[in-house]
Ligand binder design. Structure first.
Ligand code: MG
Length: 250
């Protein structure tokens, strides 16, 4: 199943995508919904970030290829991104005036489907609705220099995700690519995750309740590139699609 959140004729709705059309749901995919006969062409709607999380949990240092000589963490290394940093597919990533060395981070992004506290690894995936593409946009100078990553990771526009939530994928074996202006910058598989999705959910939900619609960005592989005004950055994950965002300066 492929869920979208979209705006059509000034109204926001969730829908199920089949081919090039989307059929509206009676409510959100996190509740008991029915699929209505109300249908749009995907080209007639504006796709939005596919859910509205109470929080974004992001995992640092989760691919060996991204460690750059640092030791692999023994447990997942979560941090938080704010909901106010979310933008929609196609929206512009705006580099703040004082930020330097801004990079994309293409990441498999988990969407939690039901309230989750104290999940065991064995049943952790039963709390997942599906998966989407995320871009954990990062300002490296702030990331190095500040005590907290509040602006390095949560400046406005620093959390694009979408375009769809796709169910029934194996999160442990998906091809992931980040491209800037069509040039491949990151190219990996989620089979290279150090801490896999069940481990992350178990570790985080031990102390923090995950709510329906919450989002986990699982970490980024390789060496991201620098984003410049005028660029277009794309994150593509096998079976999900392409998240594309232009870049501008403030
Ligand atoms: Mg990241």
């Amino acid at each position: 199943m492929r869920f979208a959140r979209y705006e059509a004729h000034g109204e926001i709705a969730y829908g199920v995508v089949k081919g090039s059309t989307v059929k509206q749901l009676t409510t959100t995919p996190f509740e008991d919904y029915e699929v209505t006969d109300h249908e749009h062409g995907l080209d007639e709607v504006r796709l939005l970030a596919p859910c509205t999380p109470s929080k974004i949990v992001a995992i640092g240092l989760n691919y060996a290829s991204h460690l750059g000589g640092r030791e692999a963490p023994k447990v997942p290394e979560p941090f938080l991104k704010t909901p106010s940093s979310i933008i929609n597919p196609g929206d512009t990533i705006v580099i703040p005036r004082e930020a330097a060395e801004v990079q994309e981070e293409g990441e498999l992004t988990v969407v939690i489907g039901k309230r989750c506290r104290g999940a065991a690894r064995a049943d952790a995936l039963s709390y997942v609705l599906g998966y989407t593409c995320g871009n954990d946009v990062s300002a490296r100078q702030w990331q190095r220099g500040d005590l907290q990553w509040w602006r390095a990771k949560s400046s406005d526009t620093f959390a694009p995700f979408g375009p769809f939530i796709v169910t029934d994928l194996d999160p442990g074996d998906l091809h992931l690519q980040a491209r800037t202006n069509g040039k491949v910058v990151q190219d990996s598989s989620t089979s290279d995750l150090i801490h896999d999705v069940p481990s992350i959910i178990e570790f985080v939900s031990r102390v923090m309740t995950l709510l329906p619609g919450d989002v986990i960005m699982t970490g980024t592989p390789g060496q991201p590139g620098y984003l410049e005004p005028g660029d277009t950055v794309e994150i593509e994950i096998e079976g999900i699609g392409v998240l594309s965002n232009p870049v501008a300066s403030e």
